[in-house]
Design a protein around this ligand. Structure first.
Ligand code: UGY
Ligand code: MN
Length: 249
């Protein structure tokens, strides 16, 4: 309940910060017994959709669109995943990547929350099609970003030309920060998983904390520094391995 009308949420043409006090739940095609909060979408200017599916026990999720691939990360609860003849049981911090040609069904075994990233797949001449990936984030071996041991990156998807998206986690010890103000063609969708700090987006500096979502458009200048006494960690999407010239053809 807001008595003041104040919020940290801010939506601008080249970036957005979305804080949990402003989230609005709605149903989404393909999901049953689930309330979805669409954080990032084409309506905002993004080339992908990032949302949280809050599933009641027994709730399901399937793909309702052609040619759209999906990445899903379990934030809370237990979720079954059926894809082809394979069955998986996903726990918190487990994730799955479903290519656009892989009909699948998530079923919540308990009340559960999934972070979902849906994006049209862009095939690449000469490259294979991507395959299903199921994994557990804590089991991945991290690498230090540009040799900085205070900033550890875990890559959840294979770095292969067939994949046109990357989803990583980045963990910062308190005081760690991005080495420079990045400005790049790739766009980002981000969920703060733990801790907090200051995110610079374009010409503004925002205090951010666990639960916040950020969208960064192509070329949005960006920098993060971790504050507090515990690590700050986020999950971050970016588009990779493609030209953007197709849209001009
Ligand atoms: O992969 C990235 O571009 C990443 N370093 N960006 C970010 O953390 N804002
Ligand atoms: Mn970046």
């Amino acid at each position: 309940m807001s008595l003041t009308g104040a919020t940290r949420t801010k939506v601008l043409p080249n970036h957005a910060l979305l804080t949990p006090d402003t989230f609005v739940r709605a149903s989404l095609p393909g999901w049953t017994n689930a309330a979805c909060v669409v954080h990032i979408s084409p309506e905002m200017g993004a080339w992908f959709k990032l949302y949280t599916a809050e599933m009641s026990q027994g709730g399901t999720g399937e793909m309702a669109l052609m040619s759209v691939q999906r990445f899903a990360y379990v934030l809370q609860g237990e979720v079954g995943l059926e894809v082809g003849a394979q069955q998986h049981l996903l726990q918190p911090d487990d994730y799955a990547y479903l290519p656009s040609d892989a009909p699948h069904r998530f079923t919540a075994k308990s009340a559960a929350r999934l972070l979902v990233i849906d994006k049209p797949y862009q095939p690449l001449i000469g490259a294979d099609l991507p395959h299903v990936v199921v994994g557990s984030e804590p089991r991945l071996i991290p690498t230090a970003l540009m040799g900085d041991e205070a900033l550890q990156v875990r890559q959840m998807l294979p770095d292969k030309p067939s994949f046109d998206m990357a989803v990583n986690t980045m963990a910062y010890v308190p005081g760690a920060h991005l080495p420079f103000v990045e400005t790049h063609v790739m766009e980002h969708g981000l969920l703060m998983l733990e801790g907090g700090g200051i995110y610079r987006l374009a010409d503004q500096w925002y205090p951010v904390q666990a639960g916040d979502v950020i969208w960064m458009a192509s070329y949005c200048p960006q920098w993060f520094g971790a504050l507090g006494k515990t690590q700050a960690k986020y999950l971050i999407y970016k588009d990779v391995n493609r030209h953007s010239l197709e849209v001009l053809l």
